[in-house]
Design a protein around this ligand. Structure first.
Ligand code: AMP
Length: 182
């Protein structure tokens, strides 16, 4: 269940760093190289499915857009439903929304109002590829609670440990990162 140092190193090395994307000074963590490597992708998904097998989840919720890739695969492996949390204006039915601050300006994420209808006490895992400032995930976890579900953990493939985002998010929900990046 826990990854060995060698397995973590293998995953880290499967992720490509793109300097100065999308703007100067940002090192973009490109997970397309991990996805294209069937062994890295399988190792990661096996690790996540083993970790969450005992959580009695009813749903996995993924954040637009890279959270969909990991979240939808994980939901299938766990035999639970998948719910997308999307950027404003993309979901077709009635939505609930939450604004959050970016370095410059604000952004907004949305969820369908009936996203977790069905089970009496929906238990949801939130997932995304990366947590930086944590603003997106904080808004997403708030949305899950707003529509009447319990967000039991927020899971990220990578955490940028030099940013303080995780501590604010931990006030709202448990946080798990597969790989910490210094
Ligand atoms: P934040 O709200 O600051 O935690 O930003 C998280 C969102 O932005 C996630 O959906 C990430 O996919 C994306 N993101 C932020 N920084 C990076 C980065 N350095 N590399 C790749 N994606 C990033």
């Amino acid at each position: 269940m826990t990854l060995s140092i060698q397995e973590k190193t293998f995953l880290i090395e499967s992720i490509r760093d793109i300097p100065d994307f999308p703007k100067p000074g940002i090192v973009f963590k490109d997970i397309t190289t991990l996805l294209a490597d069937k062994e890295a992708y399988a190792l990661l998904m096996r690790h996540l499915s083993e970790r969450y097998a005992s959580y009695n989840l009813t749903h996995v919720a993924g954040i637009d857009a890279r959270g969909f890739i990991f979240g939808a695969a994980l939901a299938q492996m766990l035999g639970v439903g998948f719910v997308p949390i999307r950027k404003k204006g993309k979901l077709p039915y009635t939505t609930v929304s939450e604004k959050y601050s970016l370095e410059y300006g604000v952004d907004e994420v949305e969820i369908h109002i009936d996203a977790f209808s069905g089970p009496d006490s929906p238990k949801v895992l939130l997932i995304d590829d990366l947590i930086a400032t944590g603003g997106t995930a904080y808004a997403a976890a708030s949305l899950i609670n707003k529509v009447g579900a319990e967000c039991v953990e927020a899971c990220f493939i990578m955490g940028l440990d030099f940013l303080s985002g995780q501590s604010k998010l931990r006030e709202l929900v448990e946080v798990y990162t597969v790989i910490g990046v210094d």
